[in-house]
Write a protein that binds this ligand. Structure first.
Ligand code: SAH
Length: 365
């Protein structure tokens, strides 16, 4: 079967707005209040089998299941680390494409790292996903479904630590979320919409990460849901960033940082500046100084935070993580300029290999 970018997966309840759900049940000849009942089963009680929704007539359950709950995500491989508190799942989509998500449980919070596209068109040479190009955008249901699957595992007590909830969602899996803006925004609305019409996750818990699609950063700010913006900078100078993040040839460092600063100004949310440290490529102290100067030139009121990520080498790559002493010097130079910086702990490092980025990129927030 063809899996070109134009193909859309079958329509799912999670693709619809609350109004759209009313219309969908009405189209089946059901009263509108059924929509609320269905959403309560799906989003509030996390019941995934329509056959068990006993307050709906049997015939309605079957019709609703058949028309509005097509199976979209089939787990094909699951790997765990950190005594079962990190779980990476590879999902097969209805058309055979694969995406991955990672659940990370910490003592006081649980974060899910999810994919927004199958593959990615951004072509960053150090990123495993970029090497395969873009297969297609994910639908809203395919995006939210990854979070829902984690929420079910947590609620069912399958993750050590007792029953729990997903509090944070980061769009740092496969894909460039800003390149699939409409579906990602609908997913953001659904994740934050209170139960039973959504998952009721706080906007503060959501992070959208981008290579720097500047017009979309402005749109995100106008959208009214103050998610955290993460910008994958990786170099403070255009010469190197043109290579590491090819989109820089269209939106250069200054343009991207201006957009990030404006996002922080409008939303009052601190922007996360992502910087994967790559040995002898971008980890020189002078680059730390330049990074600090360029960030602070836009204001030193705490509008940003630098998140350093040890490079997770992708198979066959000529690049690797920085030496410990270079990493420490880079941090010291940033701190000398008063830059708030953290070095990310790479959760589940041993299960990152296949993807090369997922868990490595998740904030230790
Ligand atoms: N396309 C978006 C989101 C997906 S990548 C973006 O680029 O922001 C999430 C983060 O992981 C990005 O900061 C990305 O640069 C980083 N990343 C990708 N490959 C990596 C690798 N091999 N090692 C460490 N971080 C990586």
């Amino acid at each position: 079967m063809s899996s070109g970018p134009g193909r859309r997966p079958p329509r799912h309840w999670m693709d619809l707005t609350p109004d759209g759900r009313h219309d969908a049940v009405a189209a089946m000849g059901l009263p509108k209040y059924r929509a609320k009942q269905i959403s309560t089963h799906w989003f509030s009680r996390l019941e995934d089998d329509p056959a068990s929704w006993s307050d709906l007539p049997v015939a309605a359950r079957e019709e609703v299941a058949g028309k509005l709950f097509p199976p979209l995500l089939t787990p094909v491989r699951e790997q765990t680390a950190d005594r079962g508190t990190t779980v990476k799942t590879a999902w097969k989509l209805y058309d055979g494409n694969l995406v991955e998500s990672v659940l990370m449980r910490y003592p006081h919070r649980t974060t899910m790292c999810i994919s927004s596209e199958a593959g990615c068109a951004m072509d960053c040479p150090f990123c495993a996903t970029g090497q395969g190009g873009l297969q297609r955008n994910l639908s809203t249901a395919e995006i939210v479904g990854q979070v829902l699957a984690g929420a079910r595992k947590l609620a069912a007590g399958e993750i050590p630590g007792g029953p729990g909830r997903v509090g944070n969602v980061v769009f740092m899996g496969m894909g460039e979320p800003m390149a699939n803006f409409t579906s990602v925004m609908a997913a953001v609305r659904e994740l934050t919409r209170p139960e039973p019409d959504g998952l009721g996750i706080s906007a503060r818990g959501l992070t959208v990460s981008t290579v720097g699609m500047v017009p979309r950063i402005a749109e995100l700010a106008e959208n009214g849901i103050p998610v955290t913006l993460a910008v994958s900078l990786h170099a403070p100078d255009d010469e190197l960033r043109n290579e590491l993040v090819p989109l820089n040839q269209h939106f250069d460092v200054d343009t991207v940082l201006d957009a990030a600063w404006e996002y922080a100004r409008v939303t009052r949310r601190r922007v996360s500046i992502e910087y994967a440290l790559i040995r002898d490529i971008n980890d020189q102290s002078w680059r730390a100084d330049l990074l600090a100067r360029r960030l602070r030139a836009r204001g030193d009121w705490g509008w940003f935070h630098v998140n350093l990520i040890p490079l997770n080498p992708t198979p066959g790559s000529k690049w690797t993580a920085s030496r410990r002493e270079d990493e420490q010097a880079f941090i010291a130079h940033l701190e000398h300029h008063g830059v708030p910086v953290t070095l990310r702990d790479t959760r589940g490092r041993e299960i990152d290999g296949a993807c090369g980025q997922l868990a490595a990129a998740v904030d230790a927030r």
